[in-house]
Design a protein. Structure first.
Length: 184
């Protein structure tokens, strides 16, 4: 799926947001200022019907209404996720390319303070996107978090991160071939 297709899908979802949806987000603990701050950089969220699949993917067709959020990487929309406001700890991918929200926080910054790690997309939205929310804990890119100077997280997410980063990195079997003598 092309980035332009994702952008069109996200634009349609963002255009479906009504005051009742914003009120629901505020009731869930998302400050209006956070929605506005994130919305100044990227679409904060949208609303779309979605049919979820057992494989944790979704299709934007008839189904229950979901909150839809873009997964960005260096300004490019690479995926969308959808989740229900009644269960923000369970989300579904559109393409499967997005391993985390807020990956730009992995880029070098002038401030080496701790990067906030959020448990759910709802918490990340409440934090105005200032930090990272891991969407796929089995993604190889998760090891990029080890390069950060410091991470701030709640205890459950912090322990999960330590557990994942403490596992040895997979190393391929390396074999050596004999040196080939070439004629001069």
């Amino acid at each position: 799926m092309k980035s332009t297709d994702l952008e069109a899908e996200m634009a349609a979802a963002a255009n479906s947001v009504r005051q009742a949806h914003i009120d629901r987000m505020i009731a869930l603990g998302v400050p209006g200022a956070s929605i506005a701050a994130l919305g100044a950089m990227q679409p904060a969220f949208g609303i779309s019907p979605a049919a979820v699949e057992p494989s944790y993917f979704y299709q934007p067709v008839d189904g229950p209404t979901h909150v839809v959020m873009p997964v960005m990487d260096q300004g490019e929309m690479i995926d969308l996720i959808a989740w229900r406001s009644s269960n923000p700890a369970r989300w579904f991918w559109r393409t499967g390319l997005g391993w985390a929200l807020g990956t730009d926080w992995l880029l070098p910054r002038w401030d080496n303070g701790p990067v906030k790690l959020y448990a759910t997309p709802l918490e990340w939205l409440a934090g105005a996107g200032e930090g990272i929310c891991v969407l796929d804990w089995s993604a190889p890119e998760i090891r990029d978090l080890a390069a950060l100077e410091a991470i701030e997280a709640d205890e459950l997410i912090g322990r999960r991160l330590i557990s994942v980063l403490s596992k040895p990195a997979r190393m391929p079997r390396v074999t050596y071939r004999k040196a080939v003598q070439r004629a001069a």
